[in-house]
Design a protein around this ligand. Sequence first.
Ligand SMILES: *[C@@H]1O[C@H](CO)[C@@H](O)[C@H](O)[C@H]1NC(C)=O
Length: 432
Amino acid sequence: MSVGRLARLAALVAAVSLAALASGSGLVEGAPLMELNHENFTEYLHQNPYVLVSFYAPWCGHCKKLEPKLEKVAARTDTFKVVKFDADNFYNKKISRDKYDVKSFPRVIAFAEGSHFKYQGPREEGAILGFLKKLGQDTVLELPNEFALTKFPPAEEKKINVHTSFVYLGGMSEEYKSLLRVARDRKDTTWFGRLTHPSRALLDRLGVKELPAIVAKFDGEHYRETEVLEVAENSRADDEDYDPDASVREFVDSHFTPPFHVITPPAFGALRARNLPVLMVVTDKSRQDKVVKSFSKAVADLIPQYRDRVSFAVINGEEYHSWLYYEFGVDMTSEASPALRYILYQSLEDGTGRMKQFNPETKNKVSIKEEEARRMLELGLSEEVPWTFTGEMAWARNARAKVKAFATKVYKRITNLYAVYVKGANVEAKEL
Ligand SMILES: *[C@@H]1O[C@H](CO)[C@@H](O)[C@H](O)[C@H]1NC(C)=O
């Protein structure tokens, strides 16, 4: 080999390893995001199966903070295109507001193969990349063997969120096609797998008599449980109303555990809509990482056990202090405030809610023990500790008392008196 060729080769090797270094470390700086508008949004999504869209407003500060992070995300994902969309522009609103219900900013939505998923995790590069990685994979992962089943879902996912996963056992069937459809809408938070040829020993262990079957797995740190949908048994029954799609959907819906998340107020709305009490840990920004770590460890076994009874969440009390104050009367800005609080919230049928608040025994404590979380749940769900009403509800009650007093005084007697509750877009009137 000539000296010239050697030198060129060496230069090439150096260039390649520099590029590898740059992509592996934090050196990558993202290029500015591409922007879409009402004229080319639909066309662009049609051409690209995986797109992450940041719906922003030009005046929004959180959007400006998020943008450089998204630029880095864009530089690091191979699957997704990352773009932005001015959701507050008059012409663009027919897409952002009317089609995707974007009312607060930034709202990050991933579009993957015809489905779309709101991003509700922390506004951090790593968390967003994890979300995209999950969405970029196959909807139902083929498990090559039984060993893969024991390692499913991947351990690094379990550390952050405790997931329910669903494993289909057997070959092609109507139920498998249904599972594919159901799984597509749950892809962001739930793991689905398929094992085509399970051994008799495995089936015995799971209590499965015949294939196909669907197994729901609940994995905590020390807690394991499975439940089985015996497809064969159901479909053979002489039930004319048997509908594979409805049966699979019901099984997945009733065994689905939403992951525990660091949430934002809109995500809280979604949790509240499940009509289960929400156990929410409120922390400040500087301690958030430690709190999330210790809370996820403390509740790793509680989440699967309490999945039908409670939702779990962590919220940053500094970033959302005015929301917390308005909604729950929690003042995170006051100096007397401990670094950590627990709120157990329950929504009521009339759209308002009630809550119980717990403070950890030691002030400024950041670590949460399983025992403490368990005791709090037991107390919280019992009637031993009285419920109090949240700010909104207290306000409504107070207002009702005042209106009543006023009406009684002025009109001497009450004829027809209505309380009008305004909740978001809903106005509700109730006779008093
Ligand atoms: C969409 O249209 C806007 C405005 O004309 C333009 O700035 C942007 O580059 C277009 N994006 C694509 C992907 O064509």
